[in-house]
Write a protein of this length. Structure first.
Length: 379
């Protein structure tokens, strides 16, 4: 009898997942911070070559109720087991290859980049930006480069200095450019997650405090009202290896944000992210808590005595958008990777600046942001 009930529950879950996949598919997998898989209608060709079956299997994995919670729990248990199995061979201060990343101490790290290989694309991006700066002399532009593990070899201490090269080519005053500096492993381990490629709550808050004076804001920064650990999570680096090596605490700051409305991809939204979440409420991930990567987010405090800020960045800025928005009238966030998909048209910087009365533009990201063609602005 128990076996029949168990099988019945599984079948009900699969049927609910199938119904959701067909009729009410969700857009975002917040646990993995990506678009959720959806199933297209079958065709003779897609059925014959197995494409439809593969799409349906991937879609069910995302659309089945509680799938993200199951994945989070599985990854947590898997990472604890794997960590216990690997413990005898780990040595602090040494590199070990784990899939596509390296293990340094108990941190998963990416390989250090080669400056000479970066040089051509950084030169192209600098020329792109300089043309934009010249075309909009009435707009204040700011550039923030976020250093991380790809900018320093923790074993040798050798640094890449890609940010210095980029800044040397930009036609901007020095006080309009900010290097979020990570000089050594001690700084990296303080400000970044062990298993995820993003900065942690300390790192994002540090960025917010450094960005305020860069943007010419003389306000007192918001202070955390509380610090809370919501549980354990295993981040993107661990998931990307195909083997969840570690889990780690997901600790956050709480803030008393001023009143503001939020518009997400052209539609009113109750909030951005779930920064009010309590322990056990979320399948924990950076994107689930701070907010995912969208085409456009608009924060409106209703203050007419402040200018409007446009932030063109990637997922690193998700954790600081509401903090920055607290100091401006309207704050617009655009992710060029997803703008067309969500907004239905190509992004035109000139039109966007004019339509929204933008006074300041912040370009912010790590090395991948500055070399990816997805983030180039139109000349």
């Amino acid at each position: 009898m128990i076996n029949f009930a168990f099988v019945g529950l599984i079948l009900c879950g699969l049927l609910l997942g199938l119904a959701r996949t067909v009729f009410f598919p969700k857009e975002i997998n917040y646990y993995e911070n990506r678009y959720a898989n959806r199933a297209a209608l079958p065709t003779p060709g897609s059925y014959a070559d197995g494409t439809f079956q593969d799409q349906l299997e991937a879609a069910l994995g995302d659309q089945t109720p509680f799938a993200e919670r199951f994945k989070a729990r599985y990854n947590d248990l898997s990472s604890k087991l794997t960590k216990a199995l690997l413990k005898p061979v780990l040595e602090n201060g040494r590199y070990y290859r784990v899939g596509d990343v390296q293990l340094f101490s108990d941190y998963l790290t990416y390989q250090t980049r080669d400056l000479e290989k970066l040089r051509p694309t950084l030169e192209e991006r600098a020329a792109n930006y300089n043309a934009i700066f010249a075309a909009h002399p009435d707009i204040e532009f700011f550039v923030c480069y976020i250093e991380k593990d790809t900018d320093i070899n923790f074993e040798t201490g050798e640094r890449v200095y890609a940010d210095d090269l980029l800044f040397s080519m930009l036609n901007l005053p020095e006080n309009r450019m900010l290097k979020y500096e990570i000089p050594d492993f001690a700084a990296f381990s303080e400000y970044f997650y062990r298993t995820d490629h993003h900065w942690n709550y300390l790192g994002s808050y540090r960025a917010y405090r450094e960005l305020l004076p860069l943007l010419g804001c003389t306000d007192t920064p918001l202070e955390p009202t509380a610090t809370e650990t919501l549980g354990e999570f295993s981040g993107s680096k661990a998931a990307g290896t195909g083997l969840d090596i570690f889990s780690e605490p997901f600790t956050v700051y709480r803030f008393a944000y001023p009143e503001m409305t939020v518009t997400r991809n052209g539609e009113p939204a109750g909030d951005y992210g779930r920064q009010d979440a309590v322990p056990g409420e979320l399948a924990l991930s950076y994107g689930a808590f701070y907010g995912g990567d969208d085409g456009e987010i608009i924060f409106d405090t209703g203050r007419t005595d402040r200018g409007n800020l446009l932030v063109i960045g990637e997922s690193y800025d998700n954790a600081i958008l509401k903090l920055l928005a607290s100091h401006f009238g309207r704050t617009y966030s655009v992710d060029l990777r997803y703008y067309r998909n969500y907004m239905g048209s190509d992004f035109s910087l000139s039109d966007y600046l004019r339509r929204n009365n933008i006074t300041k533009v912040l370009l912010i990201g790590n090395v991948d942001y500055y070399i990816s063609p997805d983030f180039a602005l139109e000349n």
